[in-house]
Write a protein that binds this ligand. Structure first.
Ligand SMILES: *[C@@H]1O[C@H](CO)[C@@H](O)[C@H](O)[C@H]1NC(C)=O
Ligand SMILES: *[C@@H]1O[C@H](CO)[C@@H](O)[C@H](O)[C@H]1NC(C)=O
Ligand SMILES: *[C@@H]1O[C@H](CO)[C@@H](O)[C@H](O)[C@H]1NC(C)=O
Length: 200
């Protein structure tokens, strides 16, 4: 095939340069792949493996019954059905212990709802329906704030709760997470409805 040594030598040099080029190309591919894989792992760690704090709030509430006295000694007794939500944005379940939700008027507890032990599935909202009896019995008689609010036709209650639980990322990695509820509910007394719910 080769007519002389010079040609053969030239060919050898060319083919070794070609091999070198090929090797460099191959290394470049390996490096690119490593960068690509690192990026994938980073995205995985930063999104899927990230522990997000679930949110606990009152989603909606209805008054089933309500008795309000506006006379000399203002007081109320109400039964409220509330839908609570535990919103879990994690790639894993949020399992929590049973707890309670305290409803406060000012700083005084006026009712308590029971939250059962359960879980919020990954990337979903667990909805819990609870019933709570609200009563002004614990408030001191002749509470002037209550008198003003009842005369104005609005009551603002605050709901407080803490859930203790664990986020289970991909069913394997467990991380303790406590979450708080802090919501204000404005109750309209004349139409007996929950007008507004604001949560932190
Ligand atoms: C609420 O219930 C208590 C007894 O638990 C009673 O003494 C009070 O009069 C009731 N108030 C109203 C507004 O019905
Ligand atoms: C609310 O009060 C009613 C009547 O007193 C009672 O039957 C009911 O069990 C109470 N509900 C809760 C959740 O405490
Ligand atoms: C609830 O109302 C109180 C008093 O107006 C306010 O200080 C607090 O920030 C409110 N909380 C929420 C969750 O809106």
């Amino acid at each position: 095939m080769y007519t002389n040594h010079a040609n053969r030598a030239k060919h050898d040099i060319e083919s070794s340069e070609l091999r070198k080029k090929k090797r460099m190309k191959c290394l470049a591919y390996v490096a690119a792949f490593a960068v690509f894989q690192t990026a994938i792992i980073l995205i995985f760690v930063l999104t899927i493996m990230k522990v997000r704090t679930p949110k606990f709030r009152v989603r909606s509430a209805n008054l089933e019954s309500s008795e309000v006295v506006t006379a000399a000694n203002p007081s109320f007794n109400m039964s409220m059905t509330a839908q609570l939500g535990v919103k879990n944005a994690n790639f894993g379940n949020y399992k929590f212990q049973g707890s309670t939700v305290d409803f406060l008027y000012g700083n005084t507890p006026v009712g308590q709802a029971v939250v059962p032990k359960t879980k919020a599935g990954w990337r979903s909202t667990k909805k819990l329906t609870v019933v709570v009896n609200l009563s002004s019995n614990a408030l001191t008689a002749g509470n002037s704030q209550l008198e003003n609010d009842i005369n104005a036709g609005f009551l603002t209650l605050n709901s407080q709760s803490t859930l203790n639980g664990k986020v289970e990322l991909l069913f394997i990695f467990k991380k303790k997470k406590s979450i708080n509820m802090d919501c204000n509910l404005t109750i309209g007394l004349t139409d007996k409805t929950v007008r507004e719910i604001n949560c932190k």
